[in-house]
Design a protein around this ligand. Structure first.
Ligand code: BES
Ligand code: MN
Ligand code: ZN
Length: 473
């Protein structure tokens, strides 16, 4: 469900604001000029407030016609990171209420509002839990600047919400064709390859992974063209496995139950493409989502099968659960051969190994190009999708050798290990010579906590970093 909380901008705090939020710093200095008829400093001291970001002190006040409430909220050092914490905490505290009027803090209003909106996201099938705050009214000046910041925040937060919704949708509902329909709803021009067209054009990886399912695979292409002619063309490739059972290399139940979110990378690509026009991104962007359901059945591919990818390269499939790289390889090879991009970035919930390396808060970026790596790291830092650069270790290439095909999809033994790195090395073989980066978001794609800007389930990780990167310059 999109974020239901509305966001608006007001020049001044209305006298009768029934629920008002006022920021304060670590010296307990409330940044609000209007008289609250409260000994604010003493009050905050009484509650042992420290001014940390995330702190909220709620006090009743006399208001026109009765009792109102003021939520004093700490803003810490006022950095973007602190303002995100503050915004999320505030919006969580206002759950179940009608309108929260917020005296906007000094600093980056866009990230503050974005966090407040993201914290109001939830995915529910049924009537559970408290509703998020109905409306946020941000008060501050200059109003047009604030309106622009809040507008951007809404676009970005709704894009994250769309990516979360797609990934949170149960796989009984979503299959590759469903994903293609959702992609078309973005309003961006779409081209979809069905099974026959995939066959005709030689997308052997996508077809092999999808063969075990009663619901056939799709390749989905979205094209964004900016109004002004662009000098750069970026291709984004997303892993769109609508359910990953492992295939004949079946996963145990405990691992399988999380695999409805295995199209999170594809969801990010759809959501990003859908938001680019509203953010007036100055680059041409093509999105590719390689969508398939990885299931075991009498028609499924077998461990030991050899498949032929787009462009003709052959791969020995030693483990059908290493399916993400097989569908991505086709899309990457197609991008390189046909789309002539300046830069290619893929995003995928690719390996369990990356959550061992980097955990649940930081995503991995691999890159063939230092400038591209730096750009993505910087954008990730600014947008709060934190990334860490991982190495493409050449010594591990022999892990992917096969005695009968050009490559194997996994290491046959356990000499090299490094599951996320060898997966990235596999993808690199298909990405061509252009600057290419790969985001492994298996660790960060799903949250186990309902906290801050995160809700339990899909995170939409990648939307914010990619939108930040694509709208810079
Ligand atoms: N979709 C999984 C990766 C994954 C694991 C995502 C946990 C989110 C949470 C991927 O297709 C997979 O199964 N990878 C295997 C690779 C192995 C067979 C080389 C893995 O990580 O175990
Ligand atoms: Mn798998
Ligand atoms: Zn997978």
């Amino acid at each position: 469900m999109p974020i239901e909380t509305t966001a608006s901008v007001v020049a001044e705090v209305p006298d009768d604001a029934e629920l008002l939020a006022v920021p304060y710093t670590s010296d307990l200095d409330p940044a609000y000029a209007v008289e609250l008829h409260l000994p604010v400093r003493d009050l905050l001291a009484h509650y042992e407030a420290k001014g940390e970001a995330g702190e909220v002190v709620e006090v009743p006040v006399a208001r026109a016609g009765g009792v109102g409430r003021v939520l004093f909220y700490g803003v810490g050092d006022g950095s973007p990171r602190a303002l995100r914490r503050a915004g999320a905490a505030l919006s969580r505290r206002a759950k179940g209420r009608d309108t929260l009027t917020v005296v906007t803090p000094e600093g980056d209003a866009a990230v503050f509002a974005e966090a407040a909106l993201l914290a109001a996201y939830s995915f529910k099938i049924g009537n559970v839990g408290t509703k998020p705050v109905r409306a946020l009214a941000f008060a501050g000046a200059p109003v047009d600047e604030l309106a622009a910041a809040v507008g951007r925040a809404q676009t970005v937060a709704q894009a994250v919400a769309l990516a979360r919704d797609l990934a949170n949708t149960p796989s009984s509902v979503k299959d590759p064709a469903w994903l293609a329909e959702r992609a078309a709803e973005t309003g961006v021009p779409v081209r979809v390859w069905d099974e026959e067209q995939l066959q005709a054009d030689g997308f052997g990886g996508i077809l092999a992974v999808g063969r075990g399912s009663a619901r056939p695979p799709r390749l989905i292409q979205l094209s964004y063209t900016p109004e002004e002619p662009a000098d750069r063309h970026v291709v984004l490739v997303g892993k769109g496995i609508t359910f990953d059972s492992g295939g004949l290399s079946l996963k145990p139940t405990d691992n399988m139950k999380f695999q409805k979110t295995d199209m999170a990378g594809g969801a990010v690509v759809i959501a990003v493409l859908g938001a680019l026009a509203r953010l007036k991104a100055p680059v041409r962007v093509t999105g590719l989502i390689a969508a398939a359901e990885n299931m075991p059945s009498g028609t499924a591919q077998r461990p030991s099968d050899v498949i032929k990818h787009y462009g003709g390269r052959t791969v020995e499939v030693l483990n059908t659960d290493a399916e993400g790289r097989l569908v991505l390889a086709d899309a990457l090879a197609y991008a390189d051969a046909v789309l002539d991009p300046d830069t290619v970035v893929d995003i995928a919930t690719l390996t369990g190994a990356i959550s061992v390396a980097l955990g649940r808060n930081v995503g991995a970026v691999y890159a063939s190009d230092d400038v591209l790596a730096k750009e993505l790291l910087d954008a990730g830092q600014a947008a709060d999708d934190r990334l860490w650069r991982m190495p493409l270790i050449e010594d591990y290439m022999p892990a992917l050798e096969s005695s009968i095909a050009d490559l194997a999809n996994v290491e046959a033994g356990s000499r090299f290990g490094a599951g996320s790195i060898t997966a990235a090395l596999f993808l690199r073989e298909f990405a061509g010579k252009r600057p290419w980066a790969h985001l492994d978001v298996a660790g960060v794609g799903r949250s186990t906590v309902d906290e801050g800007t995160l809700s339990k389930g899909a995170t939409g990780f990648g939307v914010r970093v990619l939108l930040e990167w694509l709208t810079r310059s």
